[in-house]
Design a protein around this ligand. Structure first.
Ligand code: PLP
Ligand code: COI
Length: 340
């Protein structure tokens, strides 16, 4: 780095680092791991990723712990999920071992970009896979590139752990009922851009999507899952059109550890009138508390945080998750991979 980064004031964005790692799938097999200092890739103009959206990705984070060690959170879960995404849009799956080795390598190579303990920032790890062989017919590629880049990041929502307002709108769907929502496919995010920009222009931090079939139930919240606390229970939508969030899964486990009952089920919109706390959860969002949910079509406003502060259960879960990621509390579930 030419000059020291201002670790405590990073936003969620791209900052160039020293290296990325790459691996090509050709002739039916994955090749050797390549280390690159280039920020660009050379692509065939007929590559399937460019024409037919054969692109999937992941997002995970590395943290500098209290003890100075670097921990990657739930690496195997991300490795498993990208395999599901690959199968979902007929790409060559990256073996768990290769994914693991490449994540460890790219973090190690860029260790000086892992933000210091106490800064609140982390190193975001972005694996992605694209179809690269030249094809004009609509069919899966024969060759793939799997690449991992990293970037030091701060909070996804600029407010950090402060409640923000989100909105419900029925004008757009991000995914189809039996579509690609359960996988981390780039096209889902393209389909969310117009709704997201509209929400931002109206002062909302994200869109709370409804199930695309009936528009009766809650689905997920922009690039994050949604959970609420209702009468002391942790409730979160069960839906086949949402991404199975690893953060949500972790928070559900932490809730159970704290003696909180967990329900993953359909949540009708009207139930928002009965909840005590709500948050968007994900690797980037961590657990971002929700102040108010406005239904733009009906005009109903669900005020969740009456005093503008995060609720006690959301706060406790957030602190617990953070403490594990930062090595402040024992990693009883074996979620961290230490990079040495
Ligand atoms: N839902 C969507 C659409 C996402 O993009 C993400 C981010 O990865 C999540 C949920 C949260 O998933 P995770 O907690 O595994 O990061
Ligand atoms: C993540 O939380 O890792 C995400 O992928 C969200 C994002 C699309 C910025």
């Amino acid at each position: 780095m030419d000059k020291e980064l201002d670790w405590s004031h990073l936003s969620f964005g791209y900052i160039p680092t020293d290296y990325n790692v790459r691996c090509y799938y050709r002739d039916g097999k994955w090749g050797d791991i390549e280390v690159s200092q280039s920020e660009t890739i050379d692509l065939h103009i007929a590559a399937t990723c460019l024409h037919y959206g054969q692109e999937i990705f992941e997002g995970l984070k590395a943290f500098r712990g209290k003890d100075g060690k670097v921990r990657v959170f739930r690496l195997e879960e991300n490795a498993r999920r990208i395999i599901e995404s690959a199968k979902g849009i007929m790409m060559a799956p990256v073996p768990v071992e290769l994914f693991t080795e490449m994540v460890k390598k790219v973090v190690k190579l860029n260790e000086r970009f892992v933000p210091p303990y106490g800064s609140g920032a982390s190193l975001y790890i972005r694996p992605l896979e694209i179809g690269i062989s030249a094809q004009v017919g609509v069919k899966p590629a024969k060759e793939y590139l799997f690449l991992i880049l990293v970037s030091p990041v701060g909070p996804y929502f600029k407010e950090g752990f402060k409640p923000t307002n989100i909105c419900i709108m029925r004008e757009f769907d991000r995914v189809a009922p039996k579509g690609t929502g359960r996988w981390k496919v780039g096209g889902n995010y393209a389909a969310s851009l117009e709704a997201g920009e509209k929400a931002h222009s109206l002062g909302y931090s994200a869109v709370l999507y409804l199930d695309p079939k009936e528009k009766k139930y809650l689905d997920e919240c922009g690039p994050a899952n949604f959970f609420a606390i209702k009468g002391g229970k942790y409730i979160t939508p069960a839906s086949e059109s949402i991404l199975p969030s690893i953060t949500n899964k972790s928070l559900m486990q932490l809730a159970r550890d704290m003696g909180i009952e967990v329900e993953a089920r359909h949540i009708p919109i009207e139930e928002l009138a009965e909840i005590d706390e709500a948050a968007a959860c994900g690797t980037a969002a961590v657990a971002s508390p929700v102040a108010e949910i406005d239904d733009l079509d009906t005009g109903v406003k669900y005020v969740i945080s009456k005093d503008g502060n995060p609720g006690p259960v959301t706060t406790a879960l957030y602190n617990r998750l953070r403490a594990i990621q930062l090595g402040e509390e024992p990693d009883v579930h074996g979620w961290n991979t230490i990079i040495d």
